[in-house]
Structures are given as C-alpha cells and as structure tokens.
Design a protein around this ligand. Structure first.
Ligand SMILES: [Zn+2]
Length: 126
C-alpha cells in the first residue's frame, strides 16, 4: 500500500502530507486553504495490482484443478459403486452355478473397482 508522502502546495509552498490513492485527489492546503492536487500513486499501485492479478489467477487455477480432481474422483466412485452393485447381483444370481468361466475374471475386476471406490468417494466428498 502507498505510504503517506509530502507534497508542496503550489500556491504557498507549504508542506502537505497526503497518502496517494489509485486516482488523483484534491486536498485543501492547511496553510492557504486552496485545493492542491495529489497525483495518483501509479508505480506502487501498479505493482500491487499486478501482484493481486497473479494471485487471483493462481487461486482460480488451483480452484479449477481441485474441482476437476473432485469431479474425476466422483465419476470414478460412481462407476466403481455401480460395478460393485453389478458384482453383488451377479454373485447372487450365479451362486448356484459351479462353473468358473468368464465370471471369475469379471469378479476380480469388479472387486478391484469396488475396493477403489471408497477412497475415491471420500476424496471427492472433501
Ligand atoms: Zn497552500
């Protein structure tokens, strides 16, 4: 933030202390009562604005990345949950069959997905 600075009154040469702001401002000289222009604090404020812009950009990027991760986790969790339900239904319907055909492979895949679902879901819920 800009620091208070000393300005000289062009009417009476008195010293006026003022804090420069974004825009030029007029203060009343305490000595002669006339208006004195305090120029805008360009250099300091431009630096601050540039820093703020960078910070805002960085925060926005972080928020977008976080949202994306959460979306992916939620989608993955839903897919895993559906797969787990499918596995349960298949296991129930196939329980009386003795053959270990393609179902065994599917079961392994679905089990892995089901195990992966919980941490993904918890992460997306954060
Ligand atoms: Zn003055």
């Amino acid at each position: 933030m800009p620091e208070p600075a000393n300005y000289q009154c062009p009417h009476c040469d008195a010293t006026i202390e003022a804090t420069p702001t974004l825009e030029a401002q007029f203060v009343t000289c305490p000595n002669c009562g006339k208006e004195v222009e305090i120029p805008a604090a360009e250099i300091e404020l431009n630096a601050t604005t540039e820093l703020d812009r960078n910070r805002i950009r960085q925060l926005a990027a972080e928020r977008r990345a976080s949202m994306r991760t959460r979306s992916y986790c939620l989608i993955a969790a839903i897919v895993c949950a559906v797969a787990a339900i499918e596995l349960a239904m298949m296991a129930t319907s196939e329980i009386h069959k003795t053959g270990v055909g393609p179902l065994a492979v599917t079961e392994i895949v679905f089990t892995i997905l089901a195990v992966a679902a919980l941490p993904l879901f918890l992460r997306s819920a954060k």
